[in-house]
Every structure is written in structure tokens, then in C-alpha cells.
Design a protein around this ligand. Structure first.
Ligand code: FO1
Length: 324
């Protein structure tokens, strides 16, 4: 497949990414773009303070994935992990609903201390990534705190309480990204949006409601993406009416939104120029284009192997070059 721009050192791309699902495409992109070409801006609405530590799950998922260290089945945390700290915590009757592996804990300790010293989350993330051999730029959506709150039938829950402690069981009614309006969008993103070398923005196949919307809500990101006028391509996280992983389908059902790529396209209709849907859903393309005005192309979007991730990344880049 021809991807001419990917060879040009001046072509730059911004990827918006959540956790496990999005990180797969981010990994594919990191294989086909040089470090100077790719900036991955990650959701931090899932961040929280836990056991006195600052946890940034999506940043860590992206960092571990790009470093080739992530746990292959879970997608989050490290491979070859041990859980001695959790055993002791459990023995003592401590709070053990959120699993922190022993090796992973080292990272949380490092980051928490660095933040307490006054370092920015961007600086700490860059240090962690470069220490783990990640050469591409990974940045948080903001250095200011933004916290995703889920309105449920049982009242409002902080994101990790909903996602991990309650295992996404409560019915979802609404979302609030606390702090997003006053948070400053990552300055590196602002600079990139004004960079003539920026050739396109890629929305990774992360959950639109809980992974991408917090990014778009932060520091007028949505408005800035529209204002920059660059092509924006969305990779749909839906295949044949099912979410590949996680609670996307359940959330869409509860919000009374049909679980389809058409619904995803409508969700992003103000910012997207192209949506990539799965080859299996090709027959939906015409309707999506008619209803939303967004250009549709299809590809194999299920990313199991590393080659799948690379193939999809190359397809995304090729679409950005053919008028996305
Ligand atoms: N997800 C879980 O389902 N259970 C856990 O105990 C858990 C612990 C955890 C620790 C560190 C980390 O970086 C991620 C962790 N995750 C865990 C994943 C995380 O909660 C979610 O995948 C994201 O926040 C959603 O993108």
C-alpha cells in the first residue's frame, strides 16, 4: 500500500487515544511513522488518586503498549507482573478493588513523587516514555486535572469506581468531564494544530463517550480541531453492531443510541471528515455518507496481530492522503 507522506519527514500526525483499544492503532502508527511525525494525545479523564498515588491508566496503557511491555490479554498493566503488594494489602484489609502490580507500582510511585515536586504530567510522561524506550511523543490531553464522572441510576460515580470497582454494572445516564472547561489543552497539541506540517488528525477506535469525549471537551479542543481545518479521520470502534472490547455497546444501549458505525459517525459529525468502518459493515457506507456527509471508507479494523495494527495504520494514513 502506498503511503507517500509517511516517508516525508515533514508530514506530522496527531492521534487522539484512550486506553486499550486506541493503543493498538497507536502502536501500528508508531511502526509506520518516524518519532518526529507522530504525537499521541491521551485521555486523562480516567486518572485518579488511589492509595495516595496518582494513577494515569490510559497514558500507562499507551506507554507500555508502545514499549512492547503491556500484558497481551488484559491490554493494561505489564506483562511478567507479580502481585505481592496486592496480597499484603488484601491481608491487611486494605482497598484492593484496583489491581496494581508490583512492577507497575514503581511507575506510580515515580510519577506521584515527580508531580508532588511540581513537575508537569507532560514532563513526567516524557521521562517515563523515554526511559522505557518509547521514541514517539505521548502527551496527556492537559496538565490540569480533568475527571470523568459517570451519572448512573445509582448517582454519580468517579470513572474508575464505575469502570473497575462496579465493573460497569450501573446503568449510565450521563457523563461529566469535571474541570475540562477550565483546563488548558496541552500546549504541545496547540503548537501542533498550528504547524503547517500537520497533515491530519486520527481518532483511534477508543470508546467515544468515555475516552475521546473527555479529550474533545478539554480546553476547547473540539473547537480548536475544527478551527485548524486539518482532515480528521475516525476509526469506528464498532464491528457488526458489536464493540470490539469494553463497555461501548452497553453504554450506547443505555443511552438509547444504536450500536452502529452510523451512530459513531453522527457522534463525530462536527469534527470528522472521514470515518473508517469495518469491511463487514461496508453496506452501511452509503447511508452514513448520506446522513452525516462524512466520507466513508472500509478496512479490516479488528486488530489482533501486530501486522493487523500496522495494516490499519497504513490504511488510515493512505486515506488522509487521498482527501480525508
Ligand atoms: N482495569 C481493570 O479492569 N481492573 C483493574 O484492576 C485495573 C487496574 C489498572 C491498574 C493500572 C492501570 O494502568 C490500568 C488498570 N486498569 C484496570 C485499566 C483501566 O482501569 C482501564 O482500562 C482504563 O481506565 C479505561 O481505559
Amino acid at each position: 500500500m502506498k503511503t507517500p507522506d509517511e516517508k516525508k519527514p515533514d508530514a506530522k500526525y496527531l492521534a487522539l487515544c484512550g486506553g486499550v483499544g486506541g493503543a493498538k492503532l497507536a502502536l501500528g502508527l508508531s511502526h509506520v511513522l518516524s518519532p518526529g511525525q507522530l504525537t499521541i494525545m491521551v485521555n486523562t479523564g480516567d486518572d485518579f488518586e488511589h492509595l495516595g498515588l496518582h494513577i494515569s491508566p490510559d497514558i500507562d496503557t499507551v506507554c507500555y503498549t508502545l514499549a512492547g511491555r503491556s500484558h497481551k490479554e488484559r491490554g493494561w498493566g505489564l506483562e511478567n507482573e507479580s502481585w505481592q503488594m496486592m496480597s499484603t494489602l488484601t491481608e491487611l484489609g486494605g482497598e484492593n478493588w484496583f489491581q496494581l502490580g508490583d512492577r507497575d507500582l514503581g511507575l506510580h510511585l515515580y510519577r506521584s513523587r515527580a508531580l508532588a515536586r511540581g513537575e508537569s504530567l507532560t514532563a513526567v510522561t516524557q521521562h517515563i516514555c523515554s526511559s522505557f524506550g518509547v521514541k514517539h511523543t505521548v502527551i496527556p490531553m492537559s496538565d490540569d486535572p480533568v475527571r470523568t464522572m459517570i451519572g448512573t441510576e445509582r448517582g454519580e460515580l468517579a470513572f474508575q469506581h464505575y469502570f473497575v470497582r462496579e465493573q460497569c454494572r450501573p446503568e449510565v445516564r450521563s457523563f461529566c468531564f469535571r474541570g475540562a472547561e477550565t483546563a488548558q489543552l496541552n500546549p504541545l497539541c496547540e503548537t501542533l494544530l498550528n504547524d503547517r506540517a500537520l497533515k491530519g488528525i486520527i481518532v483511534c477506535p477508543s470508546n467515544p463517550f468515555i475516552s475521546i469525549d473527555p479529550i474533545l471537551a478539554t480546553g476547547q479542543c473540539r473547537e480548536k480541531l475544527i478551527a485548524c481545518g486539518k482532515p480528521l479521520i475516525v476509526v469506528s470502534p464498532i464491528i457488526a453492531g458489536q464493540a470490539i472490547k469494553g463497555p461501548t455497546a452497553k453504554i450506547m444501549n443505555e443511552l438509547k443510541v444504536p450500536c452502529s458505525s452510523l451512530a459513531i459517525a453522527k457522534h463525530y459529525s462536527d469534527i470528522a471528515s472521514t470515518i473508517i468502518i469495518d469491511d463487514n459493515d461496508r453496506d452501511e457506507a452509503q447511508e452514513i455518507e448520506q446522513v452525516t456527509g462524512i466520507r466513508v471508507s472500509s478496512s479490516a479494523t479488528l486488530m489482533k496481530s501486530e501486522q493487523d495494527k500496522i495494516n490499519l495504520a497504513m490504511f488510515v494514513l493512505s486515506q488522509l492522503q487521498t482527501g480525508a
